[in-house]
Structures are given as C-alpha cells and as structure tokens.
Design a protein around this ligand. Structure first.
Ligand SMILES: [Zn+2]
Length: 235
C-alpha cells in the first residue's frame, strides 16, 4: 500500500546511501521536516538530481511506503540565483538550513517555521550587501529560537530576578537560557559578556523588528546565538 504526496520543500541537508542513492532532509510546507530517499540520484542519468541542492525551494513528490518515503519527482521553484552568486550569502543560507535541521524534530508540521525559512531565503536573495545579509540571518535565528519554545529570559537577572541596568555588564548564559547580571555572575566562563543594549536588540529581533546594527554588536550577538545553538543541540 503506497500513498503519493506532493508538497513544497526546502532542502536542508543530504547524505549518500549505498552506491548511487541519497537521503534528503527536507523542510516541507505540509509535513514539517522529513527524510526522503532518492533512489539512484547520483547516477548521471537521474532526472531527480536537478534541483536537488541545499537551500533550493522545490516542489517534491514522494510515495510513502511502510519504511520510508521515496522521492519520485522534484521541480525547482526558486534556486535563489542571487544568493548563489554571493559566497557570503550562500554560506548564510546553508547555515540557516543547518540550524533549522539541528534544532527541529522530524514529522512536525509548523506553518511559522515554514514561513520563517522561506521568508529568510527570499529576503536574502534580495539583499544588497553582506551587512544586510548578516542582519537577515540574525533576524532568522532569534525568532527561530522563540518559535521552537526556546525564547531566552532577557528581562531580568536569572539568579536574583533583579533589574538589568543600562550601565551594567551582563552575561548571556546559554545553559540557563537567559541573562545574568554582574550582581550574580560567578567565575564560570561558560557565559558570554554582553550589555543591555545588545539584549534589547535581540528582543526586537525576536519580534521581527528591523534594526540597523553596527558590525561589532552583530558579531557578539552572533556569538551569543552560536553558544545557544550549541547548548540546545547538545541536550
Ligand atoms: Zn542577579
């Protein structure tokens, strides 16, 4: 008994199987993240191999068997030409796909996540320069944490619940999922130094707000998000 399905999906990752087969990890509109088996796709005669590239938006068809889903057709809807023309934007698109893959479970349809990755890629495709591209990545990753239920507590010190002042040096604790003030910080070097201004920017990004951010700030906010991804994926 086989059922046939068609949906839109973004390729997050793939890995080889056997001599000429491959598995794809696809984030789809209708099924969330799924694993699809592509038989003989690495043979030059395979028509499936066109469009089978990471971060491309495709229309895919597959049949669902007892043990696996098998790809029967793949048509590219958007190959994000302008992203591919920029090494920097390509790296960010691949990174976003990797983050989404690392942080999500399979088989959970989620319209919010689907819109987030799709919008990120279309905006990245239209971005004018690397600076804008990087801001777009940050505006992808922070709402992603939030949609997955990992929104950090950024309003007060996690330890004493004390208010965070603008002048104070504060720390982001990936392990505890929030900020710790200088009131309570210990010698634990697992925490990354930040300040209220950066934390306020992160809060705006979580809400999808557009902000001009200077490069130094962006790098630190990216490091904070990297710490958090590392922590979440190691649990
Ligand atoms: Zn405190």
């Amino acid at each position: 008994m086989f059922s046939r399905f068609k949906t839109e999906g973004i390729l997050l990752n793939s890995f080889d199987s056997g001599e000429s087969d491959r598995f794809f990890i696809v984030y789809t509109a209708d099924f969330g993240k799924i694993r699809v088996f592509a038989k003989s796709i690495r043979k030059s005669s395979s028509k499936l191999r066109f469009g089978a590239n990471n971060f491309f938006l495709n229309s895919i068809e597959f049949i669902e068997g007892k043990k696996k889903r098998t790809l029967t057709d793949i048509q590219t809807i958007n190959n994000y030409k302008r992203i591919r023309q920029s090494l920097y934007s390509s790296a960010l698109a691949l990174k976003a796909c990797e983050d989404l893959d690392i942080l999500t479970k399979e088989e959970e349809k989620d319209d919010g996540l689907w819109s987030l990755i799709k919008d990120f890629l279309s905006k990245l495709d239209e971005s004018k320069n690397d600076k804008e591209a990087f801001s777009l990545y940050l505006k992808f990753i922070w709402p992603l944490f939030s949609l997955l239920g990992y929104e950090p507590d950024l309003n007060s010190c996690l330890s004493c619940n004390g208010e965070i002042s603008l002048a104070e040096k504060i720390y982001f604790s990936a392990g505890e999922g929030g900020v710790v003030g200088s009131c309570c910080v210990d010698s634990d070097n697992q925490k990354r130094a930040t300040d209220k201004r950066e934390i306020d920017l992160i809060k705006k990004m979580i809400k999808g707000g557009l902000e001009e951010i200077d490069s130094g700030t962006k790098e630190n906010i990216k490091s904070i998000s990297e710490d958090y991804i590392k922590h979440l994926s190691s649990r």
